[in-house]
Design a protein around this ligand. Sequence first.
Ligand code: FAD
Length: 494
Amino acid sequence: MGEMEEERTSQAGQLFENFVQATTCKGTLQAFSVLCRQLELNPSDHRGFYSSLKAAITYWKAKGLWGKLDKRASHKEYSKGKACVDTRCLIIGGGPCGFRTAIELALLGAKVVVIEKRDTFSRNNVLHLWPYTIQDLRDLGAKKFYGKFCAGSIDHISIRQLQLMLLKIALIVGVEVHVNVEFAKLLEPPEDQGTDGPGWRVAVRPADHPISDYEFDVIIGADGRRSTLDGFKRKEFRGKLAIAITANFVNRNTTAEAKVEEISGVAFIFNQKFFLELKEETGIDLENIVYYKDNTHYFVMTAKKQSLLDKGVIINDYIETERLLASDNVYQEALLSYAREAADFGTNYQLPSLDYAINHYGQPDVAMFDFTCMYASENAALVREKSGHQLLVALVGDSLLEPFWPMGTGCARGFLAAFDTAWMIKGWAQGKGPLDLLSERESIYRLLPQTTAENISKNFEQYTIDPATRYPNLNSTCVRPHQVRHLYINGEQD
Ligand code: FAD
């Protein structure tokens, strides 16, 4: 290698390293744009981007990452990145499930755009990962982006770290990401122009953003529990009153902190003695508690209403949960003490100083959420047709099926839905008829709420977007095409 060339390689390596090591959403996007500019790579060339980047970054540290991504990209389901070449997909929401879906669609060769209404990843809260999710993320190079990823027996990650690594992988495989862009509504193709006219588009905020000129064949709602996409009915699961509290404390990574044991939720639910003692000693009455040591000391607990009233956390008792937990009915100082006391007791007073981490709003990171009603979408996908243009619309992640945080199913089931959706989009690109496609998708979706870390296929190495590799009891025809006719919407939007 000549001296000039050597210098170029090392400069490219440094730029790539800056991107890999960036610690914020904005920092990542900035480092990516510098990298592309300096190396004269065109990120909007989604088909050639990954291979051009790989050719430009030849320094040793990147080799391991290329090896992993090449291996993933070689799954036969992607047909060498040609399975969905003419499919243009929009993903609403840059949460973990939006990005995970985006990566799969890019590997299928689709043009993928993600819009995210915020420009920061700030959630300290920690997600439990099932063994297959850990393997999945490792295979995408998680450790290259976050060295501490699931070291030893760790089986969790903070939401923001997960978003950050998935954003980076998405960019590498050619996904176009726009932050500070909020989805407003779907725009139908104009009636008078037929198939020659423009197809399906979206209105966004800010209204003049270039995205509003893009046309799409597929739109995916990955915008969290309050999904904004029309046409999906929501089922409500009303359980008994469930109030969850999350709290994050500063982790100074001292030896004393390192020694304190985590509390894994499932085992603890059955430890009645602990809860009785906690109640006797502190007046705090919990149904469960989980503690993960991550970037922060993270606790999530379900508290009984009476103890929240007794301890002055909730001021007045109301029947409606919304009123009960409204901010003017919560005494913040008491909530801070409540969660701190529970955390202290739960860790046997071994965490030296429980100082709250600071959240996005500059406040101590504690929050209270109502899980009395949990939502799931009745259906996972639908097809719209207008003026000869078809649009496949799907939901993934919390928009599809809301998780109960103390059980930690959100990301695990969310990624399964991301793969199932990618499988459907592959079928769509292959020209499968809408009713066959939708009935297969609904058949697979019926398995999702019952899927657990225990009953899912254990052969993680074999997992692909093909549902048969993941669900042992798959019957992909249990919903029949005639049962999904209402999901094929021809004409006006409702
Ligand atoms: P999310 O992670 O909710 O991501 C949705 C994304 O869409 C967000 O980035 C949002 O900004 C964006 N968005 C929303 N509307 C629009 C729009 N109109 N246009 C563009 N973008 C939009 N799970 C746990 O297991 N434990 C926890 O402690 C926990 N804490 C949580 C705290 C909060 C505040 C929230 C919102 C969720 C929490 N969850 C928790 C749930 C967990 O984050 C999800 O299960 C997991 O992240 C997968 O979700 P997702 O990607 O489907 O959606």
